[in-house]
Ligand binder design. Structure first.
Ligand SMILES: [Zn+2]
Length: 249
């Protein structure tokens, strides 16, 4: 069932509705570099709809605790995994799949695709797809370009492969040297602003790092932010996949 959800025809959704959620005022949500899904519609602003997304994993240092936390609250999140990390930490990546989370394509090696030749773009996207299919048994239908960097032809290549680019409109900035309280304030700015324009929130965080080698980077603060968001009763959690499915229905 899960595989069906991820491989299904949701991408055929295509249509204008998805792209009606775009906000051209910031780079992460600008349509200028190629259209992408940012977040679904918000119909109940008092209860913000939130899609938690985690990039650059899986990471043996952070992902297990994150999975425990999400399971404790029965919340489904989206993990935009690097192919190289799927290869290095296959058992952990399988655990993420088995827990029912959505797996997205985040390339194999995390290059800035806006600076890559078309052949490299294709190899990065196809490589991550193949690793997810061969090692995890799922075919991602969501794609997040590293750094949010893209060009129209990158987006076209992704779409030809059945991948919908997914960006964000709330960001913890957990790559900066700031504490969990500051990260939460960053996220809250998005969670407060988005419903006012009729939009749900896609939160960008990281459970891994593209710099991970032998000793993966700690994401303790990210876990703390996640915990606080999960503990708030008023949030409703969803995934970009569900937004796409709803557009189709
Ligand atoms: Zn990344």
């Amino acid at each position: 069932m899960r595989k069906l959800l991820q491989t299904g025809a949701v991408l055929a959704a295509g249509g204008a509705l998805v792209y009606g959620y775009l906000n051209g005022s910031r780079a992460s949500t600008s349509a200028f570099f190629g259209r992408a899904l940012v977040a679904g519609p918000e119909t109940t602003p008092a209860t913000p709809t939130v899609a938690l997304t985690y990039d650059d994993g899986p990471s043996p240092r952070n992902t297990p605790a994150l999975l425990d936390l999400l399971a404790e609250h029965s919340v489904r999140a989206t993990f935009f995994m690097m192919g190289s990390h799927i290869r290095s930490h296959t058992a952990l990546a399988r655990r993420v799949v088995a827990a029912g989370h959505v797996i997205g394509n985040h390339t194999v090696t995390h290059p800035n695709l806006a600076h890559c030749l078309p052949g490299r773009v294709r190899r990065e996207l196809e490589g991550c797809q193949m690793l997810a299919e061969d090692l995890l048994g799922v075919t991602p239908v969501l794609f997040r370009p590293p750094y949010g960097a893209r060009r129209p032809d990158v987006v076209r290549t992704a779409r030809r492969m059945g991948l919908t680019p997914v960006l964000w409109n709330a960001v913890a900035q957990d790559w900066l040297d700031i504490d969990a309280a500051a990260m939460l304030r960053n996220v809250d700015r998005g969670l407060t602003a988005n419903p006012k324009v009729g939009r749900a929130s896609t939160v960008l965080m990281h459970d891994g790092s593209q710099l991970d080698r032998n000793l993966p980077l700690s994401r303790t603060d990210t876990l703390e932010v996640t915990k606080r968001l999960l503990q708030r009763n008023k949030n409703r959690f969803t995934t970009p996949l569900e937004w796409l499915s709803n557009v189709q229905n």
